[in-house]
Design a protein around this ligand. Sequence first.
Ligand code: PXP
Length: 266
Amino acid sequence: MTSRSAVPPIRLGINIDHIATLRNARGGRNPDPLRAAKTVVGAGADNITAHLREDRRHIRDDDIVRLAAARLAPLNMEMAVTPEMLTIALKVRPHATCLVPERREELTTEGGLDVASQIDTLKPFIAELRRAGIHVSLFIDPVIEQIRASREVGADAIELHTGTYCNAVTTGDTATASRELKRHQDAARQAAALGLEVHAGHGLDYDNVGPIAAIPEIVELNIGHYLVGEALFVGLAESVRRMRTIMDEARKDLRHEAKQVSTAGT
Ligand code: PXP
């Protein structure tokens, strides 16, 4: 369990898929995901996240190659568990991969990876990535069975799918929102106790990110769609800076709380 007196800093990974969505709407080269990556790193992002989908609906192969080669910040490549993606990852060698479930007809990644039912497939897949020096995280729902399975298959990290929590906050369903938040808090604690690094993402925005950023075991958030939408109104750099500020404030409160607890104990 993470001691509250040692709250680790939290990283912000920006998912730039939807810069590519906009580019692909017209074909051509603009807006360029690499330029977006430079902008978000300049604005305080720690990592760049990009999902190379099987159908290449947004990020394409050459985007991943250029993002990895530019070395602006650690690249987190989201990908499905397929032989094609394994080959690409081993060639491109991103800093990290996040393994996600993928269905062609979905608009976005709808649920977590069912790690528990794919132990035999995932073990060698993850071992190959790790042998190449690539960190592996698994995008899962906050369920203890999936957390234990993630440990068993040898992942370095899990990324908790925050979609249900975020939807509940947005629709004002406070009962579901607090139940989901508790599930994430418990899951983060359980995962950290098993030695897994804990990330979270999906559907995060300015209004719902605070309580998630305040979970002490979570050390990375990956955020995309909302910030790219906000960028239309305030610019990409400003949308990232504001998110960074909100996350840091949530974390600062936690550190403040930790300090008070440790002072009270002396
Ligand atoms: N993390 C993972 C694993 C995802 O699949 C996505 C969506 O592509 C995100 C984070 C970011 O979600 P959003 O675009 O809703 O912020």
